[in-house]
Design a protein around this ligand. Structure first.
Ligand code: SF4
Length: 440
C-alpha cells in the first residue's frame, strides 16, 4: 500500500493549534504521515478561524485554491476543512465554489477517524458537525505534538459568556469542562515524557468548574505535578479572575505572565459588549497583579471601533492603557460577525475615525512596548526555543518565562532546547540575544 500523507494548515487561536494536534493524532492512527508541504500532501486539512471577517475570507479563498488544484495532484488529493468557519458555513462548504470533500465541526474533531473511513469508502461531501458523545474529553495519546517540550492542555472548550461582538459561543458552543483527573493524567504523562512548559487552554479558563473542582483547585493539582518549569493558562476573563489565582501564581512553576483582555476602557462600551466588568473592577485586578507579581508581564487585547464608540469612550481606553502600563497589547478593529448581538447595532463610527484611533493606540502601545523590553538589555534570561525567527529565517527563537520572543541570530539551537541567554537588544515586540549556556 502506498503511504498516504497529510498536511494541516492552522489559523487562529491556541485552541485551534491543539485541535490540529488532535486531528494529526487521528490521521497518524489511520496510517497517514506528515507531508513536507500542503502542496505535496494527499490530504490537506484547513483548520480555520472566523473571529474576524478577514480570517474567514482568507480561509475560504485558500480552500478554493486547494480544491481547484485537485487536478494538479492527479485527482488524488483530498481537501477538508475544520474549525470555526467549518462550523459556521457547514454544507455550503461542500458546494461550489468551495467543494470541500469533508467538513468537520469545531466540536467534532474526534470524528475525523470516522470521516477517514468514509472517505476511504469513496464518500465525498461529508458533513461531521456534531460531537459523537455528550461529555467532552480526550486521551493524551490521541494528540500528535510537534513540539517536544511545550504542550497545550485543554481544560474546557466553548464559551457561555456571549460577549456581544463574539462569534465563539455560536461556533464552539457553550462551555464544557474536562474532568480534572483527565487533565492531571495528561499533564503527568507529558512531564514524564520531558515536557516542561504546560499551557492550560480554554476560551475562558478561569470559569473552570467540574463538580465543585474550581479553577484554583485545578491549578493546585496541576502545579503539584513535578517536572513543570513553566505553567501558564489562557485565556483569562477579567470578570472571573480571583485573588486566589493571583496569589497562587506567586510560586513556581507558574510563569510570570498573564493575558487579561480589556477590550475597552469605557464603562458604557463594556456594558454594550456584555463583558461583565467595569473599568474600575478591571483596574483592581491589574493592581493585584502588580502587587503580587511585580515582574510579571500583563498582556491585553483592545478593540477599536465598537459600534457607537465615541471620542470620550476611546479616551477612556487610552487612559487605562497609560495607567495599566501593559507589557503587550494586541489591538484590532471591530469586525461585524453574523448572529452576534452587536451585528444588529449601527456601525456608525466612520472608517477614517477608526483608522485614526487605531493609529493613536498603536503609537501609545509602541512606546509602552519599547520601554518594557528595554529593561531586559544586559540581563541573563532563560529561553525555551520554540521555532525560527519570522524576520531572520533560519535563526532560532524562543520565549522568556514572561513569554517575550527572543531572536538568536548568532546561535544554533533545536526546538525544545532550554538555554541561558544574554539580552543584547530590544525591539518593539522582540528581544535579541546570545546563548551563554545550554541548560536542557
Ligand atoms: S469570553 Fe467573550 S470574547 Fe471570549 S470567547 Fe467568550 S464570548 Fe468570546
Amino acid at each position: 500500500m502506498t503511504e498516504r500523507t497529510y498536511y494541516i494548515l492552522t489559523f487562529g487561536c491556541q485552541m485551534n493549534k491543539l485541535d490540529s494536534e488532535l486531528a494529526a493524532g487521528q490521521l497518524e492512527m489511520a496510517g497517514y504521515s506528515l507531508a513536507e508541504s500542503a502542496e505535496s500532501a494527499d490530504l490537506v486539512l484547513l483548520n480555520t478561524c472566523s473571529v474576524r471577517a478577514k480570517a474567514q475570507v482568507k480561509a475560504t479563498s485558500l480552500l478554493c485554491n486547494f480544491t481547484r488544484d485537485v487536478a494538479g495532484k492527479s485527482g488524488r488529493r483530498i481537501v477538508g476543512i475544520m474549525g470555526c468557519v467549518a462550523q459556521q458555513m457547514q454544507e455550503k462548504l461542500t458546494e461550489a465554489p468551495y467543494l470541500a470533500e469533508f467538513v468537520l465541526g469545531s466540536r467534532a474533531v474526534s470524528r475525523l477517524a470516522e470521516v477517514l473511513e468514509r472517505l476511504a469508502a469513496g464518500e465525498r461531501g461529508i458533513l461531521a458537525l456534531e460531537e459523537d458523545c455528550a461529555s467532552w474529553d480526550y486521551e493524551a495519546e490521541t494528540v500528535s505534538r510537534l513540539n517536544k517540550r511545550s504542550a497545550y492542555v485543554a481544560i474546557s472548550r466553548g464559551c457561555s459568556n456571549f460577549c456581544t461582538y463574539c462569534i465563539v459561543p455560536y461556533v464552539r458552543g457553550p462551555i464544557q469542562h474536562r474532568r480534572p483527573e483527565s487533565i492531571v493524567d495528561e499533564v503527568r504523562s507529558l512531564t514524564d515524557s520531558g515536557y516542561i512548559d504546560i499551557c492550560l487552554l480554554g476560551q475562558n479558563v478561569n470559569a473552570y468548574d467540574y463538580d465543585g473542582c474550581s479553577f484554583v483547585n485545578l491549578l493546585e493539582r496541576v502545579a503539584s505535578i513535578g517536572g513543570i518549569r513553566r505553567l501558564r493558562f489562557i485565556t483569562t476573563h477579567p470578570k472571573d479572575l480571583c485573588i486566589d489565582t493571583v496569589r497562587m501564581m506567586v510560586n513556581p512553576p507558574f510563569a510570570p505572565y498573564i493575558s487579561l483582555p480589556l477590550q475597552s476602557g469605557s464603562d458604557r462600551i463594556l456594558g454594550l459588549m456584555n463583558r461583565g466588568y467595569t473599568r474600575g473592577q478591571y483596574m483592581e485586578k491589574v493592581s493585584w497583579l502588580k502587587e503580587y507579581l511585580p515582574g510579571a508581564f500583563i498582556s491585553t487585547d483592545i478593540m477599536v471601533g465598537f459600534p457607537g464608540e465615541t471620542e470620550a469612550d476611546f479616551e477612556d481606553t487610552l487612559e487605562i492603557v497609560r495607567k495599566a502600563q501593559f507589557d503587550n497589547i494586541y489591538s484590532f478593529v471591530y469586525s461585524t460577525r453574523p448572529r452576534t448581538k452587536a451585528a444588529s447595532l449601527m456601525s456608525d463610527v466612520p472608517d477614517e475615525v477608526i483608522k485614526a484611533r487605531f493609529k493613536r493606540l498603536l503609537a501609545l502601545q509602541r512606546q509602552n512596548h519599547i520601554d518594557r523590553l528595554k529593561r531586559f538589555v544586559g540581563e541573563t534570561v532563560e529561553v525555551l526555543i520554540d521555532g525560527v525567527s519570522k524576520k531572520d529565517k533560519g535563526a532560532p527563537c524562543g520565549r522568556t518565562p514572561q513569554h517575550v520572543i527572543v531572536n538568536l541570530p548568532h546561535d544554533k539551537c533545536d526546538v525544545g532546547e532550554l538555554v541561558e541567554v544574554t539580552i543584547t537588544g530590544a525591539g518593539i515586540r522582540t528581544l535579541l540575544g546570545k546563548v551563554t549556556k545550554r541548560i536542557l
